[in-house]
Ligand binder design. Structure first.
Ligand SMILES: C[S@@+](CC[C@H](N)C(=O)[O-])C[C@H]1O[C@@H](n2cnc3c(N)ncnc32)[C@H](O)[C@@H]1O
Length: 363
């Protein structure tokens, strides 16, 4: 899983892989690989099966993406191959487009992903599916071991390789001393330590796990003069969090929660449904969150970035992603002692969310 083979294909390799496929389907994959949309369409009209893969699980979409032809990618998507199909090497079609530097083909895939996820969301309007996972996590012990914090199943809750990112998040939400900041999720206290360095006037930390809360007290966080700890799930503590606000800077980074929880938090930060005041000060407040969305595949991640900024836009928020190049090598060593790597992407998209100008005017 960690050491992936590179997404790419040589002609010779492809010929070999296509040998086993039935003639029409082999021709279809070849047409896709050549970016010959007209020929691919013709073959499908003549009855070629689009849902064919080669022996390494590559679909017509992987071949079309490798060709760089956005038109062929669009055709294959319309013919029914899902945007998020994986080959046996765990590669998306996006990986093939990226390997060939085909940005137009890549964008087609991202847009298809965004459309599909939006439709799915409309169909699945059900209550927080994440609650059970989060409650399971909170009821079991966690373990600190120097460079990481893991849950009972050795899932990485927080790891020290994220420290440079936390430093940037702290500078983003607290660019000057004296303001009021809110951080949801203490973990290893990396961002809270960085925030203390920025000298906020008030520093509120929300943490729900009893072991983490104990760790905070052991480290003396409860006696720092400008720090207020709110112990409990943020969902259950909104009144208390609100009473300590509004905040000039807010950061969100929890564990065992789902996109729905993040979206609910955004609602509380920017547009509470119950008519309460937003947690973020208006105007001028800055919000950011740990952007690990879809972090094990670049294509999935890019789709989520588009979705989250569209959702935030709907709340009157402008989101800018700063691309942070990471020099952390993501290999077996990085993830030693952790069940599953949760981040496999080269660049980190650090979100800065502010009130969109039209909303600023309303203040
Ligand atoms: C990824 S860690 C945060 C790491 C932190 N940003 C740092 O710099 O070390 C996530 C933290 O959120 C806490 N948490 C999980 N669910 C929560 C919830 N619903 N409300 C508040 N805290 C929660 C976890 O116990 C954990 O300490």
């Amino acid at each position: 899983m960690v050491t992936k083979r590179r997404a790419g294909m040589s002609d010779a390799e492809n010929e070999a892989h296509r040998e086993g496929a039935p003639p029409k389907e082999a021709q279809l994959l070849a047409a896709c690989h050549a970016g010959d949309c007209a020929r691919a369409r013709e073959l499908v009209e003549q009855g070629a099966e689009i849902f064919v893969t080669d022996e390494t699980g590559r679909t017509a979409l992987h071949f079309a993406a490798a060709s760089g032809s956005a038109e062929t990618v669009r055709f294959v998507l319309e013919a029914g191959i899902p945007w998020n199909a994986l080959d046996v090497g765990n590669y998306t079609a996006g990986d093939y487009a990226e390997a060939g530097d085909h940005s137009e083909a890549y964008d087609e895939l991202v847009q298809a992903g965004v459309r599909a996820e939006m439709v799915l969301r409309m169909l699945n309007k059900e209550p927080a599916t994440g609650a059970a996972a989060n409650e399971d996590y909170l009821s079991q012990p966690v373990e600190y071991s120097g460079d990481k914090l893991v849950d009972a199943e050795k899932n990485g809750v927080m790891m020290s390789w994220e420290a440079p990112l936390m430093e940037l998040h702290a500078q983003t939400i607290c660019p000057a001393p004296g303001g009021a900041v809110l951080n949801v999720g203490f973990g290893m206290g990396i961002i809270d330590t960085a925030l203390q360095g920025q000298q906020p006037g008030k520093h509120v930390i929300v943490e729900a796990h009893p072991d983490v809360y104990q760790h905070m007290k052991d480290e003396g966080w409860d006696s720092k003069p400008n720090v207020h700890i709110v112990f409990g799930r943020w969902q259950d503590k909104l009144d208390e969090i609100r009473a300590l606000g509004p905040y000039d800077g807010i950061f969100f980074d929890t564990f065992g929660e789902f996109y729905k929880d993040l979206a609910d938090f955004h609602q509380a930060v920017f547009a509470p449904v119950d008519g309460a005041v937003p947690l973020l000060r208006r105007p001028g407040g800055i919000y950011s969150f740990f952007n690990g969305l879809g972090g094990d595949h670049k294509l999935f991640h890019d789709v989520y970035c588009d979705i989250v900024s569209a959702d935030l836009r709907g709340l009157g928020v402008d989101t800018q992603f700063a691309r942070v190049a990471s020099d952390v090598v993501m290999d077996e060593e990085t993830w030693k002692g952790v069940k599953r790597p949760y981040w496999m992407i080269k660049n980190y998209n650090l979100p800065t969310c502010t009130w969109a100008p039209a909303d600023d005017d309303r203040s």
